[in-house]
Design a protein around this ligand. Sequence first.
Ligand code: DAK
Length: 260
Amino acid sequence: MAYKNLMIETEEGIAILKINRPKVLNALNVETLEELQQALKEVEERKDVRVVILTGEGEKAFVAGADIVEMKDMTPAEAINFSRLGHTTLGMIENLSKPVIAAVNGYALGGGLEIALACDFIYASEGAKMGVPEVTLGIFPGFGGTQRLPRLIGKGRAKELIFTGEAIDAQTAYGLGIANKVFPSENLLEEVKKTARRIARNGPVAVSMAKESVNAGYDLGTEEGEAIEITTWANSYATYDQKEGMGAFLEKRKAQFKGE
Ligand code: DAK
């Protein structure tokens, strides 16, 4: 499908989804979120895609937030639709059966940081700036920011960022555990691709089950989480890839995973 506000490139088992509204620093409007949902369905179904990278077009921004122009005059009914659209899109990212890496290449503000937080992990460029400035606009983070951010960095630190609305630089984000790694801007995408390629070489069903197990157990107690791990792990024995992976090791050859 052709997209207006999004670009998709695929190479070596990796799909790169680029939010493409650089003139407004890739701000998220309804149309972009709808296109993103469509693209996520597309990459979910494609067997040749094993890892997804989410990034922004241009040198300046990953996503500078929800589109303030569009949001300003929303009716309450439109606000509910927008809110649902945002939540379902971020849920689709979080629950995609394939890993999604955010390559934060500039501003990731408000809904922009929230969408990055819905990804499995974040790599950032040295010049990236991240924050949740919604309170400066008279609203507060509404795409999961009050939930995902405290779970990632702790309640006090998250509240400080949310209440002040201040943006932090990439090194601070790294120190807080928001960004896993930081790279010079010109190397960011290649470094993210390196990690994506490494993941794409592994058993796709195993990676997918690992994601499911971490996500499903994260908010539960250890015993309940372990129960999920036990069942999901046992299910990996129903796959071709488990036999291939272990067989290849014992036969001293490279595994040829099929994703089934
Ligand atoms: N929306 C619309 N346009 C934006 C934008 C945004 N978020 N961010 C930037 N732009 C536009 C600017 O208006 C400008 O357009 P023109 O003036 O050229 O027409 C163009 O992008 C370039 O931006 P600047 O000229 O401002 O560039 P600077 O380098 O000077 O500044 C900046 C960069 C990122 C510091 C600045 O643009 C900025 O502060 N942008 C706004 C950042 C922001 O406040 N983001 C949070 C948005 S609120 C909800 C759930 C979630 C949300 C809402 C509802 N529900 C549950 C319903 C989320 C809310 C948000 O994300």
